[in-house]
Design a protein around this ligand. Sequence first.
Ligand SMILES: *[C@@H]1O[C@H](CO)[C@@H](O)[C@H](O)[C@H]1NC(C)=O
Length: 310
Amino acid sequence: MDQVNGSAVTEFVLLGLAQPLGMQFFLFFIFFLFYVGIILGNLFIVFTVIFVHLHSPMYILLANLSLIDLGLSSTTVPRTISDLFSDCKVISFHSCMIQMFFIHIMGGVEMVLLMVMAYDRYTAICKPLHYLIIMNPKMCVFLVVAAWVIGVIHAVSQFVFVINLPFCGPNNVGSYYCDFPQVIKLACMDTYQLEFVVTANSGFISMATFFFLATLYIILLTVRKHSWNTLSKALFTLSAHITVVGLFFAPCMFLYVWPFPTKSFDNFFAIVDFVVTPVLSPAIYTLRNKDMKVAMRKLSQQVASSREMA
Ligand SMILES: *[C@@H]1O[C@H](CO)[C@@H](O)[C@H](O)[C@H]1NC(C)=O
């Protein structure tokens, strides 16, 4: 047999999402619809922010988050859709490794971006007079670059262990995508310590981040210092952020921390992160935000007037 890294496994077998044929068409329809929604919704936010010149840090960060959302769901959803109708859902060793790597880069960047966005709101609400000085363009660039650096470190620090594992026989991943917890279990060695590394890295980081964010947002909601007027204005934005944070982190915690994984639950939770959060966050952010609605109207007017001139 072909040898990859001294191991015998050259491909992994993925689990299908649904067995009955009728379900496949239904799932295809749902996934396809959601993925189109993810692409259109997130690109729409990016274009709106760039072309309507929403220069405030909040929107620049939001556009970055949209790109990451798009990237995160692209690591799995297209493959899942195309796998729905194939009988033998094999993924090559290399594709599997690449998929895990990018899931964790995108997931890591997304986590840090959500923290950066919380910090941005904290500054805007608690230090309104210094907001534009603190969140200056240089700071924005720094925070976004930091998010990428941390995301890459997060992915690489797990990847270096997993890429060198010996895989000698079992190759059934037991999920519809490759991720560290499932793939590690297939290695022909005692992986207890490695599982701990992954749980610590992905699990505790997502838990710590979530509790940090939850505390921060609760403080923001309860701080008495600011007037009711500022708070009620902030309330919409904050509740949008809290919804996205909750939706993103709950599945992460279940996937990496929960000690007794059950496949159906795992699959369900993963779908939330790859499909539901990326499609919901543009919807939540745009529909609940006045500036965004005004910007969309401007954008559509621009498009309309350029069409008249043409
Ligand atoms: C992401 O953030 C960087 C740094 O602030 C900014 O220059 C860039 O325009 C943002 N990306 C988008 C798509 O808005």
